[in-house]
Design a protein around this ligand. Structure first.
Ligand code: GDP
Length: 441
């Protein structure tokens, strides 16, 4: 991809706002050398951290002292000249140095959210799938989110897409040759014999990537674990205990939880959306009945159901038809042993059984996640891959398809793979991807 020359030089604080030991300003663009020379007094050797005083050109005042790094184009994150100013992490220092920098010219301005990554993309430093991996990595809160995002940022999906594309192009070349020279008899006339096994391999690999999409999405967005049971069995107490704060109202009065209450938590490195739901029972109360309807909808979408019961309301008393895995949890173990079969017994009162419960939830999610890490992790990627896969399926399922139509389907599949990693994409899709970033990325 040709190097895109941006006229403006951008600057932003790449570290989070607020008090900290260090704040890092990142600059990118054609005037980075000029700015560095003026503010730091010299341009340091490439990629070597160098101590300097940061000065305001107008007043000559020293604003701070710290480290400066210079990454000449094209060997930088954005592919342009890039500098990093490592300042003391005070809001006043950051503001003063940013002002000193932007005062140096109208073509030097504060970056928009995601603008550094956008430049990296347009300069061919990263493809769209890798950029999405980077956004996920910055957003990652749990160990598995970090692993999946890093893998994507390092190009796992891009590599697969490129190898699928190469195979497709080989098939396309054979079909094109068949179209061009079919009268001359010097290319295999039995085209299907050559391309069918290749296309079958390709669809199999794509199918397996599509099969894992749900897991990829769950690792990004969280596994839905739903707490359900009769009123008063201790659902809200369990949610609060796992959240380590009072999120839901705990009360001996039945029917206090009328809406779905959801928290995000990290269970054994997996992101989990844990939902407390209204107690399941027959009620004449209109509002409570609405809550129970919501609870049933939530249960229907669960990846894992925690079915709670105590000595008064055993689990067997609630009818719940679900296809997802479930863990039967006997609550209030401090009051006595449960009369129904259960996977784990807990007591919030006596603080027992919670570790075992977390262990069980962790195991269930681990088996849902499977051993293979997902290649495709979001809806945008899935849509493109599904469309590429469907084109190949159409070729394989119709042996009478003309070479022209086969060529058309293969071209379509290759184009969809290109879209998946952002080789061709509309401005709208790109804007959506980059809007996820914060300023400084
Ligand atoms: P929910 O309606 O299922 O959400 O139940 P709550 O969490 O509101 O609890 C109902 C009642 O059971 C409250 O009075 C809680 O204090 C009590 N409770 C919850 N967990 C335990 C426990 O482990 N042991 C005992 N003895 N009481 C509990």
């Amino acid at each position: 991809m040709a190097l895109t020359l941006h006229q403006t030089t951008i600057v932003a604080c790449a570290t989070a706002a607020g008090r900290a030991g260090v704040a890092m300003l990142r600059l990118s663009g054609p005037r980075v050398r000029f700015v560095t020379e003026i503010i730091c007094g010299h341009i340091p050797s490439p990629r070597k951290a160098t101590l300097c005083k940061f000065r305001d050109a107008a007043s000559g005042d020293t604003l701070d002292e710290g480290l400066v790094l210079f990454f000449p184009a094209p060997h930088s994150f954005t592919g342009e000249d890039v500098a990093e100013f490592h300042l003391h992490g005070s809001q006043a220092v950051v503001r003063a140095v940013l002002t000193a920098i932007t005062n140096l010219g109208q073509d030097i301005r504060i970056a928009q959210p995601g603008e550094f990554s956008k430049r990296a993309f347009f300069n061919g430093k990263m493809d769209l799938a890798a950029i999405e991996g980077l956004a996920d990595l910055i957003d990652s809160e749990t160990e598995w989110q970090r692993k999946q995002a890093l893998r994507q940022m390092q190009g796992a999906l891009s590599e697969a897409a490129n190898s699928w594309r190469t195979m497709l192009i080989e098939c396309m070349a054979l079909v094109e040759a068949d179209l061009d020279f079919s009268d001359e008899g010097d290319v295999p006339t039995d085209l299907a014999k050559y391309i069918t096994p290749r296309l079958m391999d390709l669809t199999r690999e794509m199918q397996s990537a599509l099969h894992n999409v749900k897991q990829g999405e769950r690792i990004r967005e969280g596994y839905r674990v739903v707490i359900a049971g009769a009123p008063n069995v201790g659902k809200s107490s369990l949610l609060n205990s796992l959240a380590k704060r009072d999120v839901a109202i705990v009360s001996p009065i039945a029917g206090t939880t009328r809406d779905v209450i959801e928290i995000r938590c990290d269970i054994r490195g997996y992101p989990v959306l844990l939902a407390d739901t209204a107690g399941l029972h027959e009620t004449a109360d209109h509002v409570e009945a609405m809550g129970i309807d919501r609870a049933r909808r939530e249960i229907a979408q669960a990846d894992l159901l925690l079915l709670l019961g105590d000595t008064v309301n055993p689990v067997s008393s609630i009818a719940v038809n679900v296809t997802c895995p479930r863990l039967v949890v006997a609550t209030k173990a401090d009051l006595g042993a449960a009369s129904f079969p259960h996977d784990v017994a807990i007591s919030i009162e006596a603080d027992t059984g919670l570790d075992s419960l977390l262990e069980c939830i962790g195991h269930c999610i681990e088996s849902l996640a499977g051993h293979e890490m997902a290649l495709v992790t979001n809806e945008r990627q899935r849509h493109s891959l599904q469309s590429a896969h469907d084109s190949l399926e159409r070729v394989l399922s119709d042996t009478n398809l003309s070479s022209e139509l086969v060529a058309e389907e293969l071209r379509h599949a290759a184009q969809r793979l290109d879209m998946m990693i952002g080789r061709v994409d509309s401005e709208h899709v790109l804007d959506q991807v980059f809007s996820r970033f914060c300023i400084g990325k």
